[in-house]
Design a binder for this molecule. Structure first.
Ligand SMILES: [Zn+2]
Length: 132
């Protein structure tokens, strides 16, 4: 609370200020702040706008654990954690735009063996591995 408001509260207590006036002032003030906050763009790790590889129409939603199509009906989804390696934004961008990630090292197979591979998008838009 600002000093100005405290002063106003005192004035209300002393009946020097109309409390309705005070409330409407506060309302205006919070409205201004809200508008200011809404107009600020908080940068989020520079997430690029990438079109969904399946429907080619909607942009993808990139979250911590998944990448998915905005469109409920398209339902394209990719899990970012692949064989123990989390895909970076760069990986995702190149996977979607070129169909292939850079070589990803030290992925772990189900039997615990480490391997290097490219992740590729197949024609049916699901992921697969390509070995160097
Ligand atoms: Zn889609």
């Amino acid at each position: 609370m600002t000093a100005e408001w405290e002063m106003a509260l005192h004035q209300i207590e002393n009946r020097e200020l109309d409390s309705n006036q005070f409330i409407s002032d506060i309302k205006n003030y919070t409205k201004e702040i809200t508008q200011e906050l809404l107009s600020i763009n908080i940068p989020q790790e520079n997430i690029p706008e990438i079109k969904c590889p399946k429907c080619q129409q909607h942009n993808l939603i990139i979250k911590d654990k998944i990448v998915k199509c905005q469109d409920e009906q398209c339902q394209w989804i990719l899990f970012r954690m692949i064989c123990g390696i989390p895909l970076s934004i760069n990986h995702i961008t190149s996977l979607i735009t070129t169909g292939k990630t850079p070589l990803i090292k030290n992925m772990k197979s189900k039997n615990g063996k480490k391997f290097d591979a490219f992740i590729i998008l197949k024609d049916d838009h699901t992921k697969s591995f390509e070995f160097p």
